[in-house]
Design a protein around this ligand. Sequence first.
Ligand code: PLP
Length: 377
Amino acid sequence: MIYLDHAATTPVPRAVADEMYAVLTEGFGNPSAQYPLGRDAHALVERCRATVAEALGCAPERFAFTSCGTEGDNWAIRLAARQGRHTGRHVITTATEHSAVLEPCRLLEQDGYEVTYLRPDRSGNITAEQVAQALREDTVLVSVMLVNNETGCVFPVREIADLMRARGTKALLHTDAVQGFLKVPFRADALGADLISVSGHKLGAPKGVGGLYLGERVRAPRPLLAGGGQEMGLRSGTEATAQLAGFARAVALRRASLDDDLAHMAQIKAYALERLLAIEGVERVGNGTAPHILAVSLVGYPSQNVVEELGAQGICISAGSACHRGQPSHVYKAMGLPKHTAAGVLRVSFGPATTEAEIDALAAALQAHRARRFPML
Ligand code: PLP
């Protein structure tokens, strides 16, 4: 199998799975239990928090584990809306966010909030200036992702934070960093965002674990889940110790070879771009600079067919976000791509072990698809 869909999810390295197995079978105590097995489990949770927080660039007490990136996004949006409830009911986000941000924003709209959706340019980018223009007295939240999952565009979160500080707004800044964590270097405590959500399964951890950074400007955060008081009282529920151990181990593994891995992915992306653009009818989509995501279009050839045909040959790529389940992507629509270009968009995403030979196989399969099929009219 040739796996070129690392933005959808990633394989779990053996060392991560082994660590999880040991926790599941030996260190399985409930972290709240008052005997050594429980105390060890509690210590493990705090070690995992310290490891992930350090990689994120924040103090451990500023980081709460969640079950996934979607949970962190939903929680962040709810927290900001609640904190700003006496300030106003206006939210700014982008039209290219993941549905984990867009759908909670729609729920806010149902509750009477007004949401401004910033539109990207043809290359998929948005600017801090757009946020500056949309910011109002009654804005309570700005939610702008760090790296777009479909184009690899890196959004100017630091600049947005600076302009929000300069304007003296009370609004909180949230960034969905699910595709940015350990891909685009940043420190949580220097980025300027108040809320940062991350997910484990995009970087070699199992599915079902993520986290949320809560900065100093997030005051008296309301618990997401009330109960036994786990996660600093913010998210009750017995800790998923094996998932947390897997997350921490995956983060440590990625950090150990981060510079080499990022350089390798950037080189593979450049190689893929060259090989794919050499195919007649292939165009680049957007100009994303994240090292692991490349979007192209086989113009006029419906991407769903390509993905299915290549999938049957053991080559895994995506027709956009895996979360769309075959629906046309709102991201490419928002970018204003011509119909035939939008219909043919393919997302190829890389991991530290992706090889040039795998890219060659992809290019050959695309070429063959094009030769066999007729384009849409
Ligand atoms: N945000 C972005 C940008 C994503 O790419 C994804 C997953 O594809 C998510 C949020 C959701 O993360 P999770 O699958 O951990 O819920």
